[in-house]
Design a protein around this ligand. Structure first.
Ligand code: UFG
Length: 341
């Protein structure tokens, strides 16, 4: 079985991707420092797949431990790199931490991979690299705008590092997946998002408000130039997103790339407003959310959703799950978390 290193494989998107990789016949090995996850995620992965992947607990910025890992695992040449700090608000308060974690981990991984002629890396990027695009839906060819946060800036810089490293070394193969807004949980309800403290993202907050953990949901802005005044995003089910990684791994391993550095939008192509999502959550789960409209949140773009045609044509991937699956699995996962407490 082909070994794949999955950095950050205990996290939200990482764990769902580990499941899909196992189910596709790969042997994922996880490195994760558990800074934003829990060791119990391994139990969930094992319950779903019947396989408990190998797990190493350390921070990727530790070059000694990372070097030891590659020395002991010389057959690992393919990396799916999730491990990174991802809270937009925290990145504004602690920019140096974000630049260090997100840039250094990628640089150290690329240094290790440089020892091999046939190394491959799949990178977690974000639609945040586009800022507010001039045209919607946003295609992969849209220019990067000034990033709204140090987090967004690290994603832009990491993509630049990969582009330049691939230019200098034609044997290195890389793909960046630009995620839109990942939500939902695995249908088994064995794995899902585990936000630490009060969540900042809309969907985990909706779930916590519904569960009575948070008193109310604040809708940031109702005066955007959109159909109902609230901001529009392209929410994508995390299982669809995880499956896009499997497609991208196959593309890397099968030498199917057109260029040795490629990047794809991974969204559904459907823009949904904050209020529409709230109403869908209420309708599908048959409950009422206590929400109120407040001022816009600084740094938010008005509207963004993906042109997914390139991913469909080149990766052979498109999202299968809809908003109903997203809000239903989110609520089921929240209920399972609440019942464990
Ligand atoms: N929103 C609210 N109330 C909240 C939280 C969010 O109205 O309490 C609104 C936001 O204003 C935005 C939408 O819900 O219009 C989605 O917000 P999220 O915080 O869930 O996600 P963002 O679109 O802001 O995306 C950000 C980063 C991405 C990153 C993503 C997940 O821009 O790069 O968070 O971490 F991938």
């Amino acid at each position: 079985m082909q070994k794949i290193l999955v950095t950050g494989g205990m996290g939200y998107i990482g764990s769902h991707t580990v499941v899909e990789l196992i189910q596709a016949g790969f042997d994922p090995i996880i490195i994760d420092d558990l800074s934003n996850s829990s060791v119990e995620v391994l139990d969930g992965i094992e319950k779903i797949t019947g396989t408990r992947p190998q797990f190493f607990n350390f921070n990727l910025c530790n070059d000694v431990l990372l070097g030891n890992f590659f020395q002991n695992n010389t057959d690992v040449r393919t990396v799916v790199h999730f491990a990174a700090s991802k809270a937009v608000g925290e990145s504004i308060k602690r920019p140096l931490l974000y630049y260090k974690n997100n840039l250094l981990s990628l640089l150290l991984l690329l240094e290790q991979l440089a020892a091999y002629e046939d190394s491959k890396i799949l990178f977690s990027s974000s639609c945040t690299v586009y800022g507010q695009p001039d045209q919607l839906p946003v295609t992969e060819q849209s220019a990067f705008k000034q990033a709204e946060s140090p987090y967004g800036s690290t994603k832009q810089i990491c993509e630049g590092i990969l582009r330049d490293a691939c230019k200098a070394n034609p044997m290195l193969k890389a793909i960046s997946l630009r995620y839109f807004n990942p939500v939902g949980a695995h249908e088994s309800i064995q794995i899902g998002e585990l936000p630490q403290g009060t969540p900042n993202n809309l969907v985990p907050l909706m779930a916590q408000v519904a569960a009575g953990i948070q008193p109310e949901l604040k809708v940031f802005g109702s005066d955007y130039n959109t159909r109902d005044g609230s901001a529009i995003r392209d929410y994508i089910h995390v299982v669809d997103l995880a499956q896009a990684h499997v497609k991208a791994v196959h593309r890397l391993l099968g030498n199917k790339q057109r260029n040795n550095y490629e990047f794809f939008n991974i969204g559904t192509g459907n823009g949904i407003s904050v209020l529409e999502l709230i109403h869908e959550f209420e309708r599908v789960n048959k409950l009422k959310l206590n929400y109120k409209i407040v001022e816009r949140r600084p740094g938010d773009v008005e509207s963004i959703y993906a042109d997914t045609s390139f991913a469909k044509k080149e990766l052979g991937w498109q999202a299968k799950l809809g908003v109903e699956d997203m809000v239903r699995s989110t609520w089921k996962w929240q209920q399972s978390l609440s019942s464990k407490k």
